[in-house]
Design a protein around this ligand. Structure first.
Ligand code: FES
Length: 233
């Protein structure tokens, strides 16, 4: 990992002159995180993009990374964990370099997914949910992956790799381990390979004025809903 720079944990103001606490995110990741935050009117809106960004470093979200994200967007680490643990594509536990998901939902099941998963477990030497000893593959049993017409459907690092038979599955694993699929299947944690630089920037003055108008409207509604004082006209 490259050298690291500082981030201040939420709720722990630093003494003047005290050295900043270390960040576990790389300098590059921190710089990119600040660019992403600047695209949103509220820093906390960048929480999920930052989780994806941080996940690229280790392939999963470490506790330390979640503390850094919390600091950057102004929430608690527990809120980061609560959000990250809700989404299948964010991992709060270590996973292998390649996350291989075999769909066993109805269309795939009818087209041999059960047998394929069984074969995968035997050939990889792990049960679904496990990671191979070399850390290269995590095998996952998945619900419908929305590619039912290519059943039994398999994804690697959330990329569709088409219907697989036991034979093609073994070849796929061999290729992944040899690195020959790295052009179309990056290591786990990398979801997007295109960097967004514009498109979400908000006009902060407009946001502030719309918020003020909303607050005024709410106040007016509350005032209208209040009962008239007794004896009043
Ligand atoms: S049932 Fe497997 S992708 Fe839909």
């Amino acid at each position: 990992m490259s050298d690291h720079v500082s981030a201040t944990p939420v709720g722990t103001p630093r003494r003047v002159g005290a050295p900043p606490p270390p960040s576990h995110l790389s300098a590059d990741t921190l710089a990119r995180a600040r660019q992403i935050i600047a695209l949103y009117p509220e820093a906390r809106s960048a929480l999920i993009p930052l989780c994806h960004l941080a996940q690229q470093e280790e392939g999963w979200l470490t506790a330390e990374a979640m503390v850094d994200i919390a600091s950057l967007v102004g929430v608690t680490p527990t809120e980061v964990l609560g959000t990250a643990s809700f989404y299948d594509m964010l991992h709060t536990e270590p996973v292998g370099t390649y996350l291989v998901a075999v769909c066993t939902n109805i269309a795939c099941l009818l087209n041999g997914a059960g047998e394929l998963l069984e074969h995968a477990e035997t050939s990889l030497g792990v049960n679904a949910g496990g990671t191979t000893a070399d850390g290269s593959i995590t095998l996952e049993e998945a619900e419908c992956l929305a590619d039912c017409d290519r059943a039994p459907c398999v994804q690697v690092n959330h990329r569709f790799v088409g219907a697989q038979s036991p034979e093609t599955f073994d070849q796929l694993v061999t290729d992944l381990r040899a690195g020959t699929r790295s052009a179309d299947i990056p290591s786990h944690g990398t979801l997007i390979r295109v960097t967004r630089t514009t498109g979400l920037e908000a006009d902060r003055a407009q946001v502030a004025s719309e918020r003020a108008a909303m607050a005024d409207a709410q106040k007016a509604r509350s005032a209208a809903a209040e009962p008239s004082p007794k004896g009043g006209s």
